[in-house]
Design a protein around this ligand. Sequence first.
Ligand SMILES: [Fe+2]
Length: 277
Amino acid sequence: MTSAGMNAVKSHVLDQIAKTPLMTSPFPYMYMTDFFPEEYYSTLLEKLPGDEAYKKYHPPYEARLSIELKPDSALTANEFWKEAVSFLSSDDFLVAMASKFGEHIPKVYSGRREFVEPHRSGKNVSIGNRLILTRDYANYAISPHTDAPPKFITGLLYLARDNSMTNFGTSIYAPKDGKFKQWGADRFQDAHLPYEDFTLLETMSYRPNSAIFFLKTDNSFHGVERSDEYANSGRDMLMWVPEVGVNERSWGNNQLPSSFFYGEDKGALSVIKRLFA
Ligand SMILES: [Fe+2]
């Protein structure tokens, strides 16, 4: 794609982020439509590889196939994916998303502190990228969870080909015990909670070129409902999951001003403290 063409894609996406209303209950999220320009979206669907290029997820989620999109992965040798990865892992995209969630980010600083502090240097916090292509088959389900503790914002781009699987989107939940919150769990298995303990609030529509983005908080309970409705139809997604700090799963090294995590006041306060230290 020409650089002018790619710039048009970027400005379309950034405009859509700015235009989409942010929902704040039960946690900050937004459901986006027309995420990419139409033509770019059609090309992206054509470029999705066959099942043989994907790996099975870890048990018990083998109904999900995935490909880690990294700058050095086989798929990224292809110019289309290289450009897509470059844009979605850019500071511009990260800052646009972080700005969208703006004032809500510092509200969960107490949970995020232990990840932010070790990865902060001066005014910036390092953020690692993860981009994962996933393809889910009929028996894929995942019970309510808030996402892994280092995660920052989670983006699920729905790469639907048509409107035949609209109920196969991400569901959001509220705990029946209104006070229950969870930042993380000691064991991975314990982070995924029983459906019975939650009320299903809404299921995002799995529609072409739509996406859900949400802030990982201590109540960002989401999951996928159990259903056998979509036998043998793969549900394609592109997951964008930046994490605070670069760890063994993530790559790159974006720098996000620490004021995003502290809020302006604490950010300003820390600058003053440094000046007088
Ligand atoms: Fe999740």
